[in-house]
Design a protein. Structure first.
Length: 321
């Protein structure tokens, strides 16, 4: 009788656990039901061309694109920036340039050949394709001066770094809380904060190591709820998001790598914090990584991105982006 009762309790517990996991999985997939203003959906993107230097581009003090590596060519991309936009109105941008690496050696001054061309545009996706409905807004083109021979060169050539700032307007229909009311983490004890941030990422990595999908879903739920809104995601988009989080389950022999070579970085005016790699050529990359071998036996590294905030002083850190 006791054995029967124990077996029933075990079956009930396992059923409850399975149901909780199913509910969390469905909860993420169902976030499209919370998305508003789908008829006003707009995707802002930064079209970036940067040559002969390393750089970081920030929108509202949130990094939206960066490059740290050899600077013999031109970095060219178009990157979405809605994740850094919490509400309509003026948005701050900042571009920071660094000399970068040549032949894997760090140089000390900005090159005369630095090239810059960055613009913002707002896009609407419809069955006919992609339509530009805002902009393009030019943030910066290469500032130049004449050298001693009368040749046009980059204005800040020879300097160790350069910073450019400004604003542009974004007409998004939503308003998100994000980190706008969060605690300023720069005011906390930095040694203790570092330990807490490191412990968070170690715990998060552990979820992947133990294939704990429910814990992963719990951790990312709030940030994915905001993501669903600022990208105006539908059911198919949320299904894809879920698969992005769970695809590691199918990797052949996946291995969660140790957290190492990191630095503490503050964003969002001190309200957002993360750990980033600080070793070349991994500078700026997330510290949480999975490595596996593809069908050809070649190692592939996948990153688990996550930026943290604290809603109020004394509360635990949570993932917000």
């Amino acid at each position: 009788m006791k054995k029967t009762a124990l077996a029933l309790l075990l079956i009930s517990a396992l059923s409850s656990c399975a149901q909780n996991q199913k509910n969390m999985n469905n909860s993420l997939k169902d976030l499209y039901k919370t998305v508003q203003y789908k008829d006003k959906a707009i995707e802002y993107r930064a079209n970036i061309q940067v040559g002969a230097c390393d750089f970081e581009l920030f929108i509202n003090d949130i990094p939206v694109e960066q490059y740290f590596g050899n600077v013999d060519g031109t970095f060219n991309t178009s990157t979405p920036i809605n994740d850094a936009i919490l509400k309509a109105g003026p948005q701050r941008w900042k571009l920071v340039l660094y000399p970068g690496y040549r032949n894997n050696n760090l140089t000390t001054s900005l090159s005369p050949n630095v090239f810059l061309e960055i613009e913002i545009e707002g896009l609407k996706h419809n069955p006919q394709g992609v339509e530009t409905i805002a902009g393009p807004i030019t943030l910066i083109n290469t500032p130049q001066r004449k050298d001693e021979n009368g040749k046009d060169i980059y204005l800040e050539a020879g300097k160790p770094t350069a910073v450019y700032e400004g604003t542009f307007n974004a007409d998004v229909p939503y308003t998100l809380r994000g980190w706008s009311e969060s605690a300023d983490l720069r005011k906390e004890n930095q040694d203790q904060l570092l330990k807490e941030v490191l412990a968070f990422y170690q715990k998060y990595s552990g979820y992947y190591a133990h294939k704990d999908i429910t814990a992963i879903m719990n951790t990312v739920h709030d940030k994915e709820k905001e993501r669903a809104q600022y990208f105006f995601q539908d059911a198919a988009g949320l299904q894809e998001t879920y698969e992005d989080y769970t695809e590691f389950m199918s990797f052949p022999s996946p291995k969660v790598l140790p957290i190492e070579h990191y630095r503490l970085r503050f964003y969002g005016d001190g309200k957002v914090v993360t750990l980033e790699r600080n070793d070349f050529p991994n500078i700026g990359e997330p510290v949480t990584r999975i490595v596996y071998n593809d069908e050809n036996g070649k190692p592939v590294t996948e990153f688990m991105y996550g930026y943290l905030h604290r809603q109020k002083s004394g509360m635990p850190l949570e993932m917000i982006r």
